[in-house]
Design a protein around this ligand. Sequence first.
Ligand code: NAD
Length: 361
Amino acid sequence: MELKITCIPGDGIGPEIVAEAKKVLEKTACVYGHKMIFTDILMGGASIDVHGVPLTDEAIAVAKSADAVLMGSIGGDTTKSPWYKLPPEKRPEAGLLGIRKALNLFANLRPAILYDELAAACPLKEEISRAGFDMLIMRELTGGLYFGERRTTVENGLRKAVDTLTYDENEIRRIAVKGFDIARKRRKKVTSVDKANVLDSSRLWRQVVEEVAKDYPDVTLEHMLVDNCAMQLVKDPAQFDVILTENMFGDILSDEASMVTGSIGMLASASLNDTKFGLYEPSHGSAPDIAGKDIANPIATVLSAAMMLRYSFDLDREADAVEAAVKQVLKDGYRTGDIMSAGCRKVGCSEMGSLLAERIS
Ligand code: NAD
């Protein structure tokens, strides 16, 4: 297959971790007989420095012409960088919001996996973490409370604020379809999370998810209230496969799920539109405190690249090979500083990328 990939190295550790993900992808392409064509674009602070804005129309056009986008991270030290003296719409983060909007990325996927070798980093009790977990949070990204009408008023001397949570059935259906499609590539279970005992938007969510489920008889659907889900994530995370939920619930639950893995440098993410197109990036930020030192952990970006192979290109075998290389490298005792533990060998970002590439087979 010939695959056109737009890369956004971005700021801070972004260029270092994207270089290692490219190294792993190039090896994968070589082993499995694909051709990958990479084109870099500027975004965030790197674009501000050159063009005065965090994202240009030309960069968006290049991203749109690709089959998928692989990103490092954008942004700088928010207390020191001159980028944060600019008005909000000119700051690095505006580039990220801009590209999500331009590419219509409405579905956010964040896997939370506990690797056996990193179990000691998990903050849960050993009797819970022993079972391991491998879940994926599928969050609606462009609707709900964060995008509804809002206002703050003063009525009879009393300050009052209103936010509105709106979903229509099409917005719910398209994310539900993505959730069920992805569950089919995994352990075939969807937990739809809502607050249907209180909210109308959640009752509609539940109805539409049930309608979509009829087309997926091979996938098990269960409903869970969001407060119960928050508890279950720390009580019995092994029960989850795909958690399907709306924007705000997903925002909170995905951070909770990340925390229980205990390893920020390992967490991938993807944002998809209604075609196979997606933007893939690590869940962490640009870590300006360690930029340029060759000590960042590139694994979250490498695992994001594996998601790209699986979800944008349907190359499941190749994605499996990348994920297996990550497991093998951990098993072989190699660690970057952030996941270092006694008895392991500490390596830098570039060496970690090479070790991963060597293990692609
Ligand atoms: P951060 O995730 O960049 O860093 C938090 C801590 O984790 C730091 O100590 C950092 O050194 C460490 N860390 C992060 N990734 C690591 C890796 N791969 N390997 C080793 N250690 C790693 O969060 P922050 O410090 O709050 O934010 C820094 C910048 O990143 C800000 O400008 C913020 O806006 C931006 N940011 C961007 C994105 C994005 O591009 N999607 C997401 C989050 C934050």
